[in-house]
Design a protein around this ligand. Structure first.
Ligand SMILES: C[S@@+](CC[C@H](N)C(=O)[O-])C[C@H]1O[C@@H](n2cnc3c(N)ncnc32)[C@H](O)[C@@H]1O
Length: 375
């Protein structure tokens, strides 16, 4: 265990050990090493054991990280203003991917109700049974009168639908393939075991899929210092096509942290972007605390745009979160809430919320909003 990270408690340790045993079995069955994408898939989503599948409190002050909807209602109210015209025009639904605690769903529904643009249905695509329960509870508590519009899905809608797709901090949770460029050649970074049974990095020659993916994102590898370590989300395009398949007409909002491809695969960023969160500590070692810590990678926004275009979408906007919120009523929403707040502590919290959402050193610049339209 790294000395700079808080120690897990006995129950957490036992939970992590159960998942580690499952991953060790897969490593053995795979002949000694697992592709990193598979390791990340198991660490986050192994049924009942992965970080997002199991019952730990992930979101908010008591969890491991805080997302924009968890800070308060301002983010959702601005997003509602962006979405409302699409709902009015299509008389459609909202599909939210990875709805977390349900905070965004509840606040979006409340604000869309005020804007007279309530979706016909609010569809929540959530794989984790534990998170579904949490989302139901949140919606029942905060907007019970709209709860009958909510439907939970295991898979993207099987029938044609219209409206708005929303995904906040979902793309960064998709498993990525890790690679290293050395002497002009491409190697896959895989996960094996060291002499004491701990997970450790391995390096094997890349397979054809990884070579093709790396040649696409880095056509001129000679400009990069080597060894050059990074990652690529080969799952993004097929996943995108799947989740949007039956969206006949409407728009999709993806909010996440990431870079343009040029910024992502820059000479300076030669250690990749894998980030882990455990009790509000961020670090870059995904091989510790399996099942207990979140593992993320930054989003390549060019890859998202490419996936969108090849699925028949137009890229409507790519802007910083700060600019997106300002363009969608931030000033007015803040001013109204500030005027309504009777306590000084509430006003202070509102101001803090806006700072976290918009300041360049906080979420304002690192997070970007991509809007894609179809039909
Ligand atoms: C960092 S959390 C963000 C949660 C929430 N959207 C928020 O902003 O607080 C990532 C979420 O993405 C979900 N997720 C990951 N892969 C997914 C997939 N393939 N389809 C749908 N949701 C997914 C996870 O289950 C988790 O709820």
């Amino acid at each position: 265990m790294r000395v700079d990270l808080p120690e897990p408690g006995p129950e957490e340790r036992a939970h992590g050990e159960r998942l580690a045993a499952l991953i060790r079995d897969e490593i053995a069955a795979a002949g000694g090493a697992l592709d990193f994408a598979r390791y990340m898939e198991l660490a986050l989503y192994a049924p009942g054991l992965g970080y997002y599948s199991a019952g730990a409190a992930k979101f908010g002050a008591s969890g491991d990280f805080v997302t924009a909807p968890e800070l308060g209602f301002i983010f959702a109210r601005c997003l509602a203003r962006a979405i409302a015209p699409v709902l009015r025009e299509t008389h459609g639904d909202i599909l939210e991917l990875g709805p977390g605690s349900g905070a965004l769903a509840a606040e979006l529904l409340l604000e869309l109700d005020r804007l007279d643009a309530v979706p016909a249905r609010y569809l929540l695509l959530e794989r984790s049974a534990d998170l579904r329960e949490r989302q139901r509870g949140r919606i029942a508590r905060d907007c019970a009168h709209l709860a009958n519009r909510c439907e939970w899905l295991d898979a993207p809608p099987a029938q044609a639908w219209r409206g708005a797709l929303v995904a906040n901090e979902v793309l960064d949770a998709l498993p990525v393939r890790a690679f290293v460029l050395r002497d002009g050649d491409v190697f896959a970074r895989t996960v094996g075991l060291d002499g004491e049974g701990r997970f450790s990095w391995r390096k094997i020659p890349a397979d054809a899929d990884l070579r093709t993916a790396v040649a696409h994102i880095i056509p001129d590898a000679s400009r990069l210092p080597q060894p050059y370590t990074s990652e690529v989300c080969t799952l993004l395009a097929p996943w995108f096509s799947e989740v949007t398949r039956n969206l006949e007409r409407g728009a999709a909002w993806f909010i996440d942290y990431g870079y343009s491809r040029h910024e992502y695969y820059s000479p300076q960023r030669n250690a990749g972007t894998l980030r882990c969160h455990w009790r509000h500590r961020a670090h870059d070692d995904p091989l510790v605390l399996p099942g207990l810590q979140d593992i993320t990678a930054h989003v390549d926004f060019d890859a998202l745009a490419e996936a969108g275009v090849s699925a028949g979408f137009n890229v409507d906007a790519l802007q910083s979160q700060a600019q997106f919120l300002i363009d969608n009523g931030l000033d007015e929403i803040f001013a109204n809430a500030y005027a309504d707040a009777s306590a000084e502590t509430t006003r202070y919290a509102l101001a803090q919320q806006v700072k976290r959402l918009t300041l360049p050193g906080q979420m304002g610049e690192a997070f970007r909003v991509v809007v894609l339209r179809r039909g």
